[in-house]
Structure formats: C-alpha cells, structure tokens
Design a protein around this ligand. Structure first.
Ligand code: SF4
Length: 478
C-alpha cells in the first residue's frame, strides 16, 4: 500500500489547495500515512507571503524528510514558484536524490505531475520510485514574472491548471472552499501576484455543488475563500479595470446560504469596495450569512496606503465600517495591519490607531513589515523604522486590540449564542466552539458527549482574554 503525508502552510486558499491535493491522492488509491507509517510520498504545500513563512516552509521540508530520505517528494505552493533554488538547496542538504524530487507550483501542470508521481509509485512500488524527469527545475531563478506569467496563461488556456474540488475537509469542522484565485493588483509589499498571477473564479453552480457535498459530509460551516474574494467572477483584481457589471458575490453568498443542513457561510476577506449595499442586503435577509467581515486595513494613513498601492483610502474604509454598522446588529469586523512599512512615521502610525479605534475591531492580526525581494517595496526596505520603534508600535496596537476585543465580547454576556464545536480540547473537561461572530466560547460538556462538529446553543456568562465562557451545559442543535 502506498502512503502519503501532506503538510500545508499559509492562507485559507492554500489550505484548500492542500485538501484538494490530498483528495486527489486518495482518489488515485493512495492512503494517508499516520504517525506509525512512513510516507512513500511526502508533499509540502508551501507559502512565501513573508520571510517567516518561507523559513517555516524550509523547516517543514527538513522536518518531514530528515528521517525519511527514501520518500518521493513533491514541493508545491507559492514558495515553490518563488524560490526553487532555496528549495533545491534544502533538499540537497538532506541528501534526497534529484530523481525523487518534484517541485511544481502554480505555474506547473500539477495534475499531470501528480499523475506521473502516482504512476511511478504504483508501477515501481513504494520507496523505489524511478526518475520522472521533467518536473524538477534546479537553477530556476526568483520571480521571472514574464516567463512565469506566460506559462500560467498557457495552462489557463489548456484548462489544466486545477486539481479537483473537495468533498470533505479533513481535520477541520469549518470547511474552506476556494471560489476565486489569483491577483494582479501588485500591492507594493505583496508577492502573490508573482506566484498566483492568473485571476479566475469558479461558477456559482460549481461552488454550490462542492458546498453541498461538504455539508452532506457533515461540515456545518463553509468559509468561501479567495486570494481576492471581491473579484469573484472577474478576470482582474484591479478595480479601475472592472466594467459596470455588478459583483457576483452577493448572488454567490445568497445561493450558498440557501443550502439545507448548513449552519453558517462566512466570507474570508474583503476590501472596503466589496461591501456593497447589495451584499449587505443578503446578510440582512439570511441568518446563515455569518455577520463577520474581515477587512484588511494594513494602514490607517492615506500616504502609507498609497505607497502600499492599496485600492482604498482611510475615508472609504471608515464609510464601509459605517455601512456595516448601520445595516447589521453587532457585526464583527476584524482586520490585518502591517506595522513598520518603509517610511511609516509616528503620525502615520497614530492615524492607524485612530482608524482602529473608529472601527472598533473585534480582532487585529498585526504583522511587522516583511521585505520580499522582487516586490516594489523591496526597493525602499532601508526606510523601515528601527526595530525598537516597530516593537513599540506593535505593543501599542496589541494593547488597543485587547481592549477593543474585550468590549466587543462583553455585549454578549447574558445572551444565548449558537456556535460550532471544534475538535480542540483546551483543558481536561473543557471544550471550545466558534460563534458566527468569530468569538471562541469555552464550556464544560456533559460527560462522554460527542460534540465535535455539532452546533450548540450556549448561555454566555463571562468573558476571558481569548473569548467568552458558558458555565451551564450546552444544548445540541444540529
Ligand atoms: S490585493 Fe494586494 S495584498 Fe492582496 S493578494 Fe493582491 S497584491 Fe497581495
């Protein structure tokens, strides 16, 4: 029996790609390896959104292969498009022979590579895979965007770029479904347009079929994800190139919210310009549309946003917050902020704090600026504030976040909330569940109750630094 292991790093879109890849290998007759089995095929689905993500990708390769140098290896995901040389060096240092290595990212014909690997393993048996030749590309350079884009365009025209959809999302209660991929907006700090340059979407019918399969497999929550979700149904993420056709996102959300047996559908991330009145109307009319908006702010300074080449201003961000607040009751608004972007002054950062206070974010993911070679911001990386200044700004934002998150949660004490039970057990006799407003609730389950993946009603009676408490027994709803 041929066994595989897969390790996925990075965003929800990459998590989905990893689940789809695992499904494809299962369909081909391979079995997932567990702790007691050595894997014949080791897959590392990498990420390169920050230098830390690149380091973690290399660490994952080393960790999975250090004691398994006989395995066939597939390194895929964004980092495999960005820096094949670094991957090559990592694999060489482990002594993995080149004929057992396949490096195939978004610019490769991944379904074809997988077929080759599987055919080889099946015809030669586990651990003695023979050279497949073409898929390892030592000596590739970083981000040769012109070449890579033309390869990707050809793949798109051939219709061979994608592996199939998923029917189950292993080890997750909330299933991520990729509905859109690619970005050509070229924010100055972001490497994604180099690794996923082709902008495309599934059809609403395809998404509905996939979501129905996932609900039938027992998933009660679906998260619709995209690299640039607001561009669903469009072939560019540059707003100035969009035609007058309205967005297809409200229709998609409405369609998925209508699936029987589904508890909630959540949108992974939007820009201010995507939160239209039409979209808010869908939220108003559908209890199943989770009232949680993740709107990455990145900076509250107009000047910094311009340097980042973001497609909104602080004023537009504020207006979007106002629209959400007046349309929906106690919606959760969460965000990402980059601290220490080159040239960020004290006043720029003060504007970020001011805007964060205005938005009353329920959660802020704070990232220090990470200079990625090949992006426009790499050129002005020497203008970054000093490390102590960045550290202090991260501290200030963290303190503000804790205070605002606590205030957001306190309004729910004394109410009854529905939530989806996670598999995590934070302590003996304690379980946790996630509400539609993205708040973690801890509670004490009845003895021997099998609650993972169930929707429960919880009477909220307290807050803690990471969420809410319920001290009474839950009622199981679904
Ligand atoms: S919109 Fe900007 S930050 Fe988002 S993926 Fe595209 S280039 Fe990167």
């Amino acid at each position: 029996m041929i066994r595989f292991s897969i390790t996925t790093l990075g965003c929800k879109v990459n998590q989905y790609d990893g689940a789809a890849l695992a499904g494809t290998l299962r369909c081909a007759g391979l079995l997932p390896a567990d702790a007691d089995n050595r894997a014949d095929l080791v897959v590392i689905n990498t990420c390169c959104v920050t230098t830390a993500a690149m380091r973690k990708s290399r660490q994952a390769i080393r960790k999975k292969l250090r004691n398994n140098t006989d395995a066939t290896v597939l390194v895929t995901g964004c980092y495999s498009d960005y820096d094949t040389e670094a991957i090559d060096r990592t694999l060489t240092s482990l002594g993995i022979p080149k004929h057992r290595v396949h490096v195939a990212g978004h610019h490769s014909d991944l379904p074809k590579v997988i077929r080759k690997i599987v055919d080889n393993l099946q015809s030669n048996g586990p651990t003695v895979a023979q050279p497949t030749g073409s898929t390892h590309s030592p000596g590739s350079t970083r981000c040769d965007i012109k070449t890579r884009r033309s390869i990707a365009v050809k793949r798109k025209a051939d219709g061979t770029r994608q592996i199939g959809g998923i029917r189950v999302f292993p080890d997750h209660q909330r299933a991520f479904v990729k509905v859109q991929d690619g970005c050509d907006a070229f924010c100055s700090y972001c490497i994604v347009p180099y690794t996923r340059p082709i902008v495309w979407s599934k059809t609403i019918d395809q998404v509905r079929t996939e979501c129905m399969d996932l609900v039938n497999s027992g998933h009660r929550e679906i998260v619709l994800a995209g690299v640039f979700l607001g561009a669903f149904g469009r072939d560019t993420t540059l707003r100035r190139r969009w035609d007058d056709r309205g967005s297809s996102l409200p229709a998609l959300l409405n369609e998925i919210a209508g699936i029987e047996g589904l508890w909630r559908v959540r949108l992974s991330s939007l820009e201010p310009g995507d939160v239209s009145e039409e979209l808010l109307e869908v939220y108003r009319g559908n209890e199943k549309a989770a009232p949680h908006f993740h709107l990455p702010l990145q900076s509250g300074s107009r000047r910094v946003l311009q340097r980042m080449r973001r497609q909104y201003t602080p004023r537009e961000f504020r207006q979007t917050v106002d629209r959400i607040r007046s349309a929906l009751d106690s919606a959760a608004i969460t965000t990402d902020v980059i601290v220490g972007f080159p040239g960020e002054s004290d006043e720029d950062f003060a504007e970020t704090l001011r805007l964060a206070r205005y938005a009353r974010f329920a959660k802020i993911h704070t990232f220090p600026f990470s200079a990625i070679e090949g992006t426009a911001a790499w050129e002005y990386r020497r203008d970054v504030p000093t490390p102590p200044v960045v550290k202090d700004r991260i501290r200030q934002l963290g303190e503000l976040e804790s205070q605002m998150a606590m205030e957001f949660r306190e309004q729910f004490v004394g109410s009854r909330m529905e939530a989806l039970v996670e598999s995590t057990r934070p302590a003996p006799g304690v379980r946790q569940a996630m509400t539609d407003r993205y708040i973690t609730v801890r509670f004490n389950p009845p003895k021997n109750a099998r609650l993972t993946g169930k929707v429960v009603a919880l009477d909220i009676d307290g807050v803690w630094s990471g969420g809410l408490y319920c001290h009474s027994l839950p009622s199981v709803l679904q």
